[in-house]
Design a protein around this ligand. Structure first.
Ligand code: AMP
Ligand code: ZN
Length: 469
């Protein structure tokens, strides 16, 4: 398998660290202060393709994805209110109630998207002691220092700071991006622990008084606890490269003297109508909102697997419409192979499987792999062997190609009910045969009989299509 490593900016052969075939992964999880939007979901779909690809290659997984329920401030830096605190205040609930509600919606939504749930899903608030001892370790090793409002990481002590993002953190440049706190030794020094003022609802006792963790420390501490001092792959969205992941590396290297993750893999952003997704533009859709508009989560999954994870993906409703049609067409093609007794050469099946595997193993080229599945589905000879092959490939695609979509709501178009579709296709074939035999009365009878059932036929140069009227 080849993956692109953000650290080296290169694709290289992936070999797992451990000899027992287990691959260990850490993924930055959601901040549960609101509904996850479809952009967030794109990043978790990428995580899911990675999981499935590793399993496809015979590896077992130990994968942790955290739930950020404290410490992520409204800016990605160290200023502003804690996102959890802010929502709790606005909704007149406790931050714990907010976290519980949005965590459960998130877990429900990733399952609707057929995203495999990682083996470990730890919450930041349940790991405060681990974070405190991590920070104590950093102070002991000379990387952490105290100010009047918290404990900060001294980036100048870590010579590799900026390596992941390839940014140069000299005094002048960095100050523009990070707010200036006069007690900090460098403007880009970041909070490991914040001392809490009384309005901050979530706070815990620490050697530095009551307070709460900085955002980045949770991932370093939980990664260490669940995956050990070194693990294989760390994932997240590209926005995490310059701050969050740079800081995670600095923390881990500070405490352990070496990095934890060997591979850093990042999912590119989803845009909406070519621009940024943002609440103020009203374009941050949730899965429920897509469903209200007639698109099931599986259609969104299909939409996402048409773009490589390192490419920006522009979300449009036109794109969703064609994803919806394509998914239906693909499923009805697949259905035709089910139980069919046509013969397909063993070499053809092997070639298709090899092409599919090669695409998956080439840095998760899922769009290419999907193309192979389409080729297989379009095979002239209908054969159950093709059906089996496609279901095997669906272990990666995760589209549920052999089953009805549990969230399909729109019943006005073709191929909704596979049994009905099969019946209509048979009638169309009989009608074509009747026309060929110049038996126009029979052809018309079939057309009228279908029309009585609400099925409308359209004859095109490529053949007859149908829809429910
Ligand atoms: P958050 O809940 O804000 O911590 O974000 C959860 C995940 O979604 C992170 O891995 C982000 O990098 C990712 N993310 C945020 N916005 C987008 C977007 N527009 N497209 C893709 N991923 C995103
Ligand atoms: Zn993280």
């Amino acid at each position: 398998m080849k993956f692109y490593n953000t650290l080296t900016r290169q694709k290289a052969e992936f070999t797992p660290m451990r000899s027992d075939g287990q691959v260990r992964i850490y993924s930055c999880g959601p901040t549960v202060y609101g509904y996850a939007h479809i952009g967030n979901m794109r990043t978790y779909l990428f995580m899911d393709f990675l999981r499935r690809a590793l399993q496809w290659n015979g590896y077992t997984l130990l994968h942790a994805m955290n739930i950020t329920d404290v410490g992520h401030l409204v800016s990605d830096g160290d200023s502003g209110e804690d996102k959890m605190n802010k929502t709790a205040r606005e909704q007149k609930k406790t931050p714990w109630e907010i976290a519980e509600y949005y965590t459960s919606v998130f877990m429900r939504d990733i399952k609707r998207l057929n995203i495999q749930v990682p083996e470990i899903v730890p919450k930041a608030t349940e790991h405060i002691p681990e974070m405190i001892s991590f920070v104590e370790g950093l102070i002991e090793k000379g990387y952490g220092y105290e100010t009047s409002d918290g404990i900060y990481y001294d980036i100048k002590k870590f010579k590799d700071y900026g390596r992941l993002s390839r940014m140069n953190f000299d005094e002048n440049q960095a100050g523009a991006r990070v707010e200036v706190n006069s007690e900090k030794r460098h403007p880009a020094d970041f909070a490991l622990w914040k001392k809490a003022d009384p309005t901050h609802i979530m706070q815990w006792p620490s050697p530095w008084g009551m307070g709460y963790p900085g955002w980045h420390i949770e991932c370093s501490a939980m990664g260490l606890k669940y995956l050990g001092e070194e693990f294989d792959i760390h994932t997240g969205g590209v926005d995490h490269i310059p701050i969050h992941h740079e800081n995670e590396i600095a923390q881990t290297c500070g405490l352990l003297g070496h990095p934890a993750a060997r591979w850093w893999m990042h999912g590119e952003f989803m845009l909406v109508d070519g621009g940024k997704m943002s609440k103020s533009l009203g374009n941050t859709y949730t899965l429920d909102q897509l469903k209200e508009k007639g698109y099931s989560p599986m259609v969104f999954r299909y939409f996402c697997l048409n773009a490589h994870y390192r490419q920006k993906l522009n979300f449009t409703f036109d794109g969703m419409d064609s994803a919806k049609k394509s998914l239906r067409n693909l499923k009805s093609l697949v259905e035709k192979h089910k139980g069919a007794d046509g013969k397909v050469e063993k070499e053809t099946l092997e070639r298709l499987l090899a092409e599919f595997s090669d695409a998956v193993n080439d840095d998760l080229n899922i769009p290419k792999a999907l193309g192979v599945v389409w080729n297989a589905a379009r095979n002239e000879v209908k054969s159950n062997d093709i059906y089996e092959l496609i279901l095997k490939c669906d272990k990666i695609l995760g589209l549920g190609l052999g089953a009805p979509d549990p969230e399909e709501t729109d019943v006005t178009e073709n191929a909704v009910d596979p049994a009905l579709a099969k019946d209509v296709e048979e009638q169309i074939a009989l009608r074509a045969a009747a026309k060929k035999a110049k038996n126009y009365a029979e052809a018309d009878r079939i057309r009228n009989e279908l029309a009585a059932k609400g099925i409308i036929l359209t004859d095109t140069p490529q053949g007859t299509t149908w829809k429910k009227g």
